[in-house]
Design a protein around this ligand. Structure first.
Ligand SMILES: NC(=O)c1ccc[n+]([C@@H]2O[C@H](COP(=O)([O-])OP(=O)(O)OC[C@H]3O[C@@H](n4cnc5c(N)ncnc54)[C@H](O)[C@@H]3O)[C@@H](O)[C@H]2O)c1
Length: 373
């Protein structure tokens, strides 16, 4: 049996609670070797959560952590505000560590490209925390579509929606204030698209193995968002396959029945997700298929739609953050590219950049920069 992999965690704020489950559930595979955060309080609560058997070294400065601990670590986990992702991931690579970065990989496409070049030059993998790819139910949807081409067929049209009261999210933070980083384009890279819709944008690419080609977008810049961060965005999306869809994101949905929903329509079937339980983030996936048969009644379109059969669900942990961390650990051991590698992620960052260009140009159509191989 191999020894557990040692991880340097940079950023111990809200999302560390989700990642920490992997260390709690799989101590034989993953151990926290050191923590770094600008806030002592954040590091103290991370240590409390982990309940380690021996003291975990804590550093206010990630560079000092890298100088002293990189040699003992197998990889780094970057969980900080977006404007820090590029610099901290670059420092990890320079110290010889593979790195898993929370979404969005970087605040700008140019940074993501520079990081990819470094990752290749040093032969060190970089993975992006696009958690939806590690949800058992979304892996099940992929399996359902791929198990029989007549289940869904080529994607034709879709809608993706994300609604959240971000002020309610900020209210849960110990360092909450009106100047919270996620409201500021200079520190978050944008607003609802880069922080929330990035999940659904990437999910479209994951489910259908397709890339975005062109966008046009309009939005709103309501306070307390600032420096050009969009509080809401509505966009028309064109895929390279010819599929078209819409995106609707709103971070100031002060009352909302649920947070995420989507519908996808293919040549033969449909896939959908929204919850009917108030307050649940999202619901179970439902699927429906013609199985290649032609309609013979008006009711035909509604018949046979139901929950994704359980037989398509993979045997994974229910927590996607756990699956994600285990995937990176396995990819390093097996010396292969991880799922959601930085290379794979470039089109997700590129379409977000194109949406921002379109927003600035009042909704003009903007081509998404192609990803070089
Ligand atoms: N996958 C998901 O579903 C999901 C959900 C929420 C957040 N996120 C992502 O997780 C990341 C962090 O978000 P969060 O909600 O935990 O934010 P947060 O504000 O709660 O935590 C950020 C932490 O970074 C620390 N920090 C700030 N500057 C630092 C520095 N120079 N060095 C080290 N630490 C520093 C802060 O003290 C804080 O503890 C973001 O990329 C965010 O988009 C992902």
């Amino acid at each position: 049996m191999c020894a557990a992999q040692n991880v340097l965690v940079i950023g111990c704020g809200g999302i560390f609670a989700a990642h920490s489950a992997a260390f709690e559930k799989f101590p034989e595979r993953l151990q926290v070797a050191a923590l770094s955060d600008a806030s002592d309080r954040a590091m103290e609560s991370a240590v409390e959560r982990l309940k380690p058997s021996s003291a975990i070294p804590c550093y206010r400065d990630h560079r000092q952590a890298l100088r002293e601990k990189a040699g003992e670590c197998d990889f780094a986990l970057v969980l900080t505000p977006h404007y820090l992702h590029f610099e901290q991931a670059r420092d990890c690579l320079n110290a010889g560590l593979p790195v898993l970065i929370e979404k969005p990989a970087c605040a700008h496409l140019q940074e993501a490209r520079a990081l990819l070049e470094m990752s290749r030059a040093r032969a060190l993998p970089v993975m992006v925390g696009q958690t939806r790819r590690f949800e058992p139910q979304y892996q099940g949807l992929r399996a359902w579509m791929r198990s029989d081409p007549s289940h869904f067929g080529p994607l034709r049209t879709f809608e993706i929606c994300g609604f959240q009261n971000i002020e309610a999210w900020i209210a849960t933070k110990p360092d909450r204030n009106a100047d919270f980083w996620i409201l500021d384009k200079e520190r978050a890279g944008g607003g609802v698209v880069t922080s929330l819709m990035v999940h659904l944008i990437d999910l479209v690419r994951y489910l259908f193995d397709d890339d975005f080609a062109e966008v046009s977008a309009v939005g709103r810049l309501d306070s307390p968002f600032k420096n050009g961060a969009e509080s809401a965005c509505t966009a028309l999306l064109h895929m390279q396959s010819g599929a078209t869809g819409t995106l609707h994101g709103n971070y100031l949905a002060r009352k909302t029945p649920y947070s995420e929903s989507f519908k996808f329509f293919g040549e033969h079937g449909c896939i959908g997700n929204h919850t009917e339980t108030l307050g649940k983030y999202f619901g179970s996936n439902f699927v429906g298929s013609t199985h290649g048969k032609a309609a013979d009644s008006w009711e035909f379109q509604y018949e046979g739609i139901g929950k994704l059969p359980e037989s398509f669900l993979p045997k994974l942990d229910a927590n996607p953050f756990v699956n994600q961390l285990l995937e990176f650990a396995s990819a390093i051991t097996e010396q292969r590219e991880p799922e959601s590698s930085l290379q794979e992620n470039l089109n997700t960052i590129a379409v977000i950049e194109a949406i921002y260009q379109s927003l600035q140009k009042g909704g003009d159509r903007v081509k998404v920069e192609r990803t070089p191989a």
